[in-house]
Ligand binder design. Structure first.
Ligand code: PMP
Ligand code: GLN
Length: 389
């Protein structure tokens, strides 16, 4: 249900951030960065406000943003989209996901996601009356002792049925930082074609990669026509509060999604659209520098957690490390994350929040810790965890 005791049920992220504020604990829970946006992006927003761009922009988005999205997709991935008919600006990826699912899923249609999954997916699939089917990630321990969470191709294929309407693919993945390998994506495309299903992608971490570059599923043979690709500015430019996202898809799909979007928000943040357009036009080196800086903080957190005794999974992308507390004698990460703010002065998110009720299984002892925070915060959090362990 959407309400609990007459109140809107807070998301696990809002709940844990409130706990951080109430206890003064360091917040490695909710995924928002301590970083400021690149100066060109911030300056463009201020200039747009000063220039009076403060009233409703066109519902589908300012053409300069839609053109910047199309150019970005072409330069980075070789994907070509018509800015006038195949690109839609949205109020964050959150609205893009909601409008897409509400537009394309009829009651009883099946929607496939990985599990764990970003919590919004289950809520919007339920609002649309869809049936949520999941593909569980499997855990294993590497020789070096690290945890690996991965998807098996046969599990992906087995999730498709003749009721599958769409498969929602989140790569790079929240909460694990997994990037789907090309074989897994190929299997998704093949099954989508075989079952005449649509593919929806959530690529909000596309530029926060620490090894191989992100590969959009829409670039695979046969995929572009049946894929709705979604991304947003929040993570790439450290502006999670601006809520500017976008959709790229063929014109009939964009029109259907706009049909839902116009009743959700009508239009999205006027002065932030030209600012994000300026960000998307930054040279590739500027994107790489942001990812490199984040990678160093990832390694700081990973090394610290390993030496405290956590089994950790090494994310290839994104904001988060998954840590297994079982080795520290804590089999229940949900209970641990309730106690940790008061006991250790650190907030994390239990991985079970990314599973359907009761489905976390071996992930019940895992927690998600964010490294998009500044170095002193990460260092102090590690000191506190060390003292607590
Ligand atoms: N998808 C994933 C996987 C996320 O982690 C988030 C949170 N930032 C979103 C979507 C929402 O993106 P936005 O803030 O642009 O609405
Ligand atoms: N995407 C962010 C996270 O995973 C949180 C977004 C939100 O609070 N809804 O932490």
């Amino acid at each position: 249900g959407l309400l609990v005791d007459g109140e809107a049920r807070p998301t696990v992220f809002a709940q844990m951030s409130a706990k951080a504020v109430a206890t003064g604990a360091l917040n490695l829970g909710q995924g928002f960065p301590d970083d400021d946006p690149p100066a060109v992006v911030a300056d463009a927003a201020i200039a747009a406000i000063r220039a009076g761009r403060n009233q409703y922009p066109p519902g589908p988005g300012e053409i300069e943003l839609r053109e910047a999205v199309a150019r970005h997709q072409s330069q980075w991935y070789g994907l070509h989209w018509d800015p006038a008919t195949e690109v839609l600006a949205t109020t964050g990826a959150t609205e893009a996901l909601a409008a897409t699912i509400l537009a394309l899923v009829e009651p009883g249609d099946e929607v496939i996601t990985l599990e764990p999954f970003y919590d919004q997916y289950a809520a919007i699939i339920a609002l649309a009356g869809g049936v949520h089917r999941t593909v569980p990630l499997r855990s294993r321990t590497e020789e070096a002792g690290d945890l690996v969470l991965d998807v098996a191709e046969e599990d992906l294929r087995a999730a498709f049925t003749d009721r599958t309407r769409l498969v929602l693919v989140n790569t790079p993945h929240n909460p694990t930082g997994l990037m789907l390998w090309v074989g897994a994506m190929q299997a998704i495309v093949e099954e989508a074609i075989a079952h005449d299903a649509l593919i929806v992608t959530d690529e909000v971490y596309e530029h926060l990669t620490f090894g191989p570059a992100h590969l959009p599923i829409a670039t695979l043979p046969g995929a572009q026509d049946r894929t709705v690709s979604i991304s947003s500015a929040g993570k790439t430019f450290s502006v999670t509060g601006w809520k500017i996202g976008w959709v790229t898809a063929r014109p009939e799909l964009v029109t259907a999604i706009l049909g839902a979007k116009q009743w959700l928000t009508y239009s999205s943040g006027a002065p932030f659209q030209p600012a994000v357009a300026a960000g998307l036009a930054m040279p590739p080196a500027a994107f790489h520098d942001l990812a490199q800086d984040l990678r160093e903080r990832r390694d700081l957190l990973l090394d610290g957690l390993r030496s405290i005794g956590f089994r950790v999974s090494v994310p290839e992308a994104g904001y988060f490390v998954v840590a297994d507390a079982a080795a520290l004698g804590e089999p229940d990460a949900a209970a641990l994350c309730e106690r940790l703010p008061a006991e250790a002065g650190v907030v994390g998110i239990p991985l079970s929040a990314f599973y359907r009720d009761g489905q976390a299984g071996e992930a019940s002892s895992y927690l998600r810790l964010a490294f998009c925070k500044d170095r002193p915060t990460i260092e102090r959090a590690l000191e506190r965890l060390e003292a607590w362990a």
